[in-house]
Design a protein around this ligand. Structure first.
Ligand SMILES: C[S@@+](CC[C@H](N)C(=O)[O-])C[C@H]1O[C@@H](n2cnc3c(N)ncnc32)[C@H](O)[C@@H]1O
Length: 271
């Protein structure tokens, strides 16, 4: 057993070892996943410095984002604790992938212009671990460099199961209401794995505790992911652009941050 496997919970590794993650955000996947992908790309393309720049994708999974970042001309390194994800990402042209944990990155101090954490924070239920992962991002990004982290919003599960009408099953409703109360998602129900669903004001406080200066927050899916027609809208190029533009217009509206399924928080290591 390696260092990494001792730290990352077995049920998280087992969940991702099923190999379902690679298809989640790609074309042909579920509408919420496609929207999350396009909106993440939209926000990152505005926040990142011009290519070429050195990007570390911490918890980068199978490389769904690393792939387009490399194509855009960035030097991309990816770290993930799941062996299958590392293998998949290592096959992407221009991406260097290795095994590791966001809380103890196998990387040198100040080595990157950008560190992305699009996954690790919501798989670390303890606040001290999330601050540790952000502290590692602080260590490996250069002074003045950018850190962007994703969280799953506290009521994403409620919105999702209501939309899918699974909320009317009493056992599902009890589990969903409990997550809305304390934020901790378990393995029961089999749909996801150990995770923490955060309130929008939590990541900024965690960034600050890690020494990072917070710059912005961006709701990814807005409210469109909750609408019945979204699948057809995303299949139609004109309507898709309208949905993406509408989601962009409300992305940092404070009253709507928690309506999205996922939230990006951006910050910088001070000079
Ligand atoms: C939902 S996937 C997201 C993958 C990719 N970043 C994306 O946005 O599509 C979450 C990822 O976080 C990784 N992860 C979980 N715990 C982690 C940890 N402690 N350190 C680094 N990555 C972790 C998982 O292996 C998985 O690849």
């Amino acid at each position: 057993m390696t260092e990494t496997r001792q730290h990352v919970r077995e049920e998280i590794l087992a969940y991702y070892a099923q190999g379902k993650e690679d298809a989640r955000l790609r074309e042909g996947g579920a509408p919420a996943g496609r929207l999350e992908f396009w909106r993440t790309q939209d926000v990152l393309r505005r926040l990142l410095p011009a290519a070429p720049a050195r990007v570390l994708d911490s918890g980068g999974g199978s490389g769904v984002h690393a792939e387009w970042l490399a194509r855009d001309g960035y030097e991309v390194e990816l770290v993930d604790p799941v062996p299958l994800h590392v293998e998949q990402a290592a096959r992407i042209p221009g991406v260097r992938a290795r095994s590791g944990d966001a809380r103890s990155l196998p990387a040198d101090d100040s080595a990157y212009d950008v560190v992305l954490l699009l996954g690790p924070l919501y798989h670390l239920p303890e606040r001290a671990d999330r601050v540790r992962a952000l502290g590692e991002a602080y260590r490996v990004v250069r002074p003045g460099g950018l850190v962007v982290a994703a969280t799953i919003n506290r009521f994403a599960g409620l919105h999702d199961v209501l939309r899918e009408e699974r909320y009317f099953d009493p056992a599902q409703r009890a589990r969903t209401d409990a997550v809305g109360h304390h934020g901790r998602h378990g393995t029961e129900g089999g749909l996801f794995t150990t995770a923490y669903f955060a309130q929008p004001d939590e990541p900024p406080a965690e960034f600050t505790d890690a020494g990072l200066a917070v710059e912005g927050q961006y709701g990814l899916e807005g409210v469109a992911w909750l609408m019945g027609g979204v699948e057809d809208w995303l299949d139609d190029p004109e309507r898709r652009e309208a949905v993406l533009a509408a989601s962009r217009r409300i992305e940092s509206e404070p009253t709507l941050l928690g309506a999205s399924g996922h939230l990006l928080t951006s910050g910088r290591r001070p000079l």
